[in-house]
Write a protein that binds this ligand. Structure first.
Ligand code: 1PR
Length: 541
């Protein structure tokens, strides 16, 4: 490809920039990778998607001489686009494991969001920008939501005011983008912000300077509630990877054939849900607990193909744990997760293994640092690690009956019980464990989970609504985002869960699947979004 069709990418090898690559290629551009500081200075257009922790990124940039090259490139006012950490690194310093010095191009500091007053951290999801400076890059972003995922943010001040092109509100105002001459950087992820994000990237990569600038416009923004489409994936009896869906985790048809329900191909459905407006797509490899996931090459292929077509975050779960294969070769959970990330996942989700880790932590009070949850969040950041909880409701007469947190239930149990606790399970609901959903949620938050996917076996596939008692209990207990899951059967169930609980997102499966059963109606994602707008819930449309 000619130079005009090629952008230079600075990937210093600290994590997954596959999404950025996919988005640039999707726009029809080629990528040249930076191998040396000279490649930076020779670039026509440089994209810098920062990943990993601030300090380790600066270590790499300093030791390779790339920090100096970047400063010089920026000094020369050459076309530059920083993304996420690629914005933060431009500032003087960060408090992340620090203070640590940054590139020092822009005056100011990078701080952690303060969760002490109940603010949910990380800031994950879709938020709108307050555009403060005429800038062409943000043309398509005016009034639209873009996708953020970060725990640290650059603070606006008098000293850096001239650089700021937009701010965003989350707890406090933070800098969501900067623009000065040819130097641009954004805190959000254009590569994961659907069409809005792709249009921003396109303006930069195509060096399009003909369009109108967005006039500065101040408009209050609020983090939107997310609607997530979930695909439960497994091999069917013929060995093909299919999307399936169970009733209370039972995925076999209750007809005479007892076949695994086959609702379609994973990549086709994921692309369709992206087009339909899903804010995220999740794949759960529901037999991952028994098969070795890296033996499951089709799943990795599904991720690779899906990430070329889906420009919102992708999560994958199932089978993330240490494993020894039939030949005696040992794989750490970190290797399994890394393979998922390399194949296109933005987040991984851990089920069974997180239950064991939480049990051990609660018994000993010691964080060993060795669990899959701790290791993966240390290397990839907690925003990349979701813990999936699969609890089952257990009714009791009184909170004193069990050593677990109970709730007073909104509808009584079969023998008139007024309370319930939610018992965690492993292996897709097959085995029950001596720990409640509340205790598990608190423990995994301590161990480094960035988000909780809260299922409920009783409600799964029933279409009768989310378990509000459970979602309220857990979302009030933690300061990381909680994704309510299981039971959506009508648009009203989504507004109910957002009105009555602190859930940050709602995940559903059956309600969106097309060739679903005839006993439950299929509802498109757009209908859910429209209903939420009418109900006064902020969503991305
Ligand atoms: O334990 O780390 O290998 O992870 C296994 C993962 O697979 C877990 O996240 C677990 O929730 C999931 N899983 C295991 N077995 C099943 C099953 O159905 N037999 N699926 C299963 C769980 C729950 C949701 C479902 C919602 C919404 N499915 O993913 O999509 O309940 O459903 P609905 O909207 O139709 O009600 P590990």
């Amino acid at each position: 490809s000619s130079d005009a069709n090629t952008v230079t990418l600075l990937d210093y090898g600290a994590g997954n920039v596959r999404s950025v690559r996919n988005a640039i290629r999707h726009l029809g551009f080629g990528i040249r990778d930076v191998r040396s500081p000279e490649d930076i200075l020779a670039a026509d257009r440089l994209v810098f998607p920062g990943v990993g922790a601030f300090g380790s990124a600066m270590d790499v940039l300093n030791s390779t001489g790339m920090a100096d090259a970047l400063r010089e490139y920026i000094q020369r006012d050459r076309p530059f686009l920083g993304i996420c950490l690629g914005l933060q690194l431009l500032f003087d310093s960060s408090e992340e494991n620090g203070p640590v010095s940054g590139l020092g191009v822009i005056p100011g500091v990078v701080r952690r969001f303060d969760s002490s007053k109940g603010l949910i951290v990380p800031h994950i999801g879709w938020n709108a920008l307050e555009i403060t400076k005429d800038t062409q890059l943000l043309q398509g972003a005016d009034g639209h939501h873009v996708y953020f995922v970060h725990s640290y943010h650059a603070l606006p001040s008098d000293a850096n005011r001239d650089w700021i092109s937009s701010i965003c509100n989350y707890g406090d105002s933070f800098i969501s983008s900067i623009s000065m001459g040819n130097i641009q950087a954004v805190q959000f992820h254009p590569e994961k912000s659907g069409d809005t994000g792709l249009s921003i990237l396109k303006i930069f990569v195509s060096a399009n300077s003909s369009g109108a600038k967005v006039p500065a416009r101040r408009k209050a923004s609020k983090l939107a509630k997310r609607v997530i489409a979930c695909l439960d994936v497994r091999s069917n009896d013929n060995g093909d990877l299919v999307v399936t869906k169970g009733d209370q985790y039972d995925v076999r048809d209750h007809t005479s054939s007892k076949e695994v329900r086959n609702l379609g191909k994973p990549v086709d459905l994921a692309s369709q849900y992206y087009i339909d407006g899903a804010d995220e797509v999740s794949f759960l490899n529901i037999t991952g607990f028994r098969d070795f996931p890296l033996g499951d090459l089709p799943m990795l292929e599904v991720l690779r193909c899906a990430s070329e077509k889906v420009f919102v975050p992708l999560t994958v779960g199932g089978g993330i744990r240490d494993f020894t294969d039939a030949n005696g070769r040992y794989y750490s959970s970190l290797e399994v997760a890394s393979e998922y990330f390399r194949s296109g996942a933005d987040k991984i989700s851990i089920g069974s293994d997180a239950v064991y880790a939480a049990e051990a932590f609660l018994q000993t009070g010691v964080k060993t640092g060795k669990s899959s949850l701790e290791q993966i969040s240390r290397v990839y950041g907690n925003q990349a690690v979701v813990v999936s909880i699969d609890p089952r409701r257990v009714y009791v007469n009184s909170p004193e009956d069990v050593p677990f947190k109970t709730v007073k239930v909104s509808s009584k149990g079969p023998s008139g019980e007024e309370y319930a606790w939610y018992q965690c399970t492993v292996s897709g609901g097959r085995d029950s464990r001596p720990i409640g959903a509340y205790e598990l949620a608190k423990a995994v938050e301590e161990l480094g989970a960035g988000e909780i996917l809260l299922n409920c076996i009783d409600c799964d596939g029933q279409g009768c609504g989310f378990d509000i008692d459970l979602v309220k209990m857990v979302s009030d207990a933690v300061t990381i985002p909680v994704i309510a899951s299981s039971g959506a059967g009508a648009v009203e169930h989504f507004s109910e869960v957002f009105e009555k609980t602190n859930a940050s997102a709602a995940l559903a499966a059956g309600i969106f699947h097309r060739k679903e059963r005839t006993d439950l109606s299929q509802v498109p994602i757009l209908a859910v979004k429209e209903h939420l707008v009418d109900a006064g819930v902020e969503v991305r449309v």
